[in-house]
Design a protein around this ligand. Structure first.
Ligand code: DGY
Length: 317
């Protein structure tokens, strides 16, 4: 049986299946492993099932035992793994697309609604029981019939578009390439950020973190958005420059922000926490039982394929 290091706990259903197929080295305490622990614990392993975004940069990959032949990432995003260095070492890298599309798109809508309808302030006021109903209590922005910009029109972006249409929103998007009409479903393509942002009364970030998208919302580009825009990020924290965003939220340029992901998470820029117009979640994009089981199954499928000498369907390098 091939030996697999599993870096964090999987749901029971996945763990049972994994244990039937592999000699799985589990992290029963479910602690976040340090780099040294990752290297040490994987020494006698054939593969790593990377749960929770452990970082595998060039240096760490260089220190992995030659026995490690695959890193099966339990996430659709794989910016935590240097795929080129892995390839150079003959290590396959896989991800878990498709199975988390719906749950992550739901969270994008929740972020847009939570931010635009001031859910954080609402929760606080309700909890403190000191509010009085009035015609102008916590007035928010309504999504209905407004324009939604989607940055990154992959599977998740398209699922956000589908949901937003239920609000009567007009969909605009930017992507590396224009989609075919059957995938676009009437959404309006913008080949550049400036033109997309100019239309985006609401903006949903659904792109992967790549050298092209890191810091994409910055001092300069935030200015392209309409005054009072609402922004939601369910993708990766490093797409937003926090200092620029905080400044824009303070000035009112950005009416409200919804975040599920952070630069350096679980840490968050302290300045954000002083703002009332922020709706926060702790990286819950894929956090439903059905999705997490789907992710586990997908990662196990990839391991099974790999060790049966088939190219895993989700190999990314
Ligand atoms: C992903 O799959 O990339 C998510 O961020 C993990 O929840």
């Amino acid at each position: 049986m091939k030996k697999i290091l599993v870096t964090r706990n999987l749901l029971e259903e996945n763990e049972k299946r994994l244990l039937k197929l592999f000699d799985a080295k589990l992290n029963k305490e479910d602690v976040v492993l340090t780099t040294d622990q990752l290297i040490e614990l994987s020494k006698d392993c054939d593969g790593i099932l990377c749960v929770g975004g452990n970082k595998f940069d060039k240096e760490i990959i260089g220190k992995l035992s030659p026995s490690v032949k695959i890193i099966a990432n339990y996430a659709v995003g794989y910016n935590n793994v240097d795929t080129n260095s892995a390839k150079a070492r003959g290590i396959a890298v896989t991800n878990t697309p498709e199975v988390l599309t719906d749950s992550t798109a739901d969270i994008s809508i929740l972020l847009l609604l939570g931010a635009s309808r001031r859910a954080y302030e609402g929760r606080k006021a309700a909890e403190q029981q000191n509010w009085t109903w009035s015609t102008n209590l916590l007035l928010g922005k309504q999504m209905s019939n407004r324009k939604l910009g989607i940055l990154g029109m992959g599977r998740i972006g398209r699922a956000v578009a589908q949901r937003a249409k239920g609000f009567g929103m007009e969909i605009h998007y930017h992507n590396r390439s224009k989609l075919s009409p059957d995938l676009e479903h009437g959404a309006i393509y913008h080949s550049d950020i400036k033109s997309l942002f100019a239309q985006s009364e609401f903006l949903s970030i659904n792109c992967p973190a790549t050298p092209d998208t890191i810091n994409l919302l910055n001092e300069e580009t935030i200015k392209y958005l309409p005054d009072g825009a609402v922004v939601a990020n369910a993708a990766r924290g490093d797409v937003i420059n926090d200092d620029a965003m905080i400044k824009a939220m303070k000035s009112g340029k950005i009416f409200a922000l919804g975040l599920d992901v952070y630069n350096g998470e679980p840490k968050i820029n302290e300045e954000y926490l002083k703002l009332h117009n922020l709706f926060l979640l702790p990286h819950l994009g894929s956090a439903t039982k059905v999705t997490r089981i789907g992710m586990g199954d997908r990662a196990i499928d990839n391991l099974e394929d790999f060790f049966s000498n088939k190219r895993p369907k989700d190999q990314v390098n």
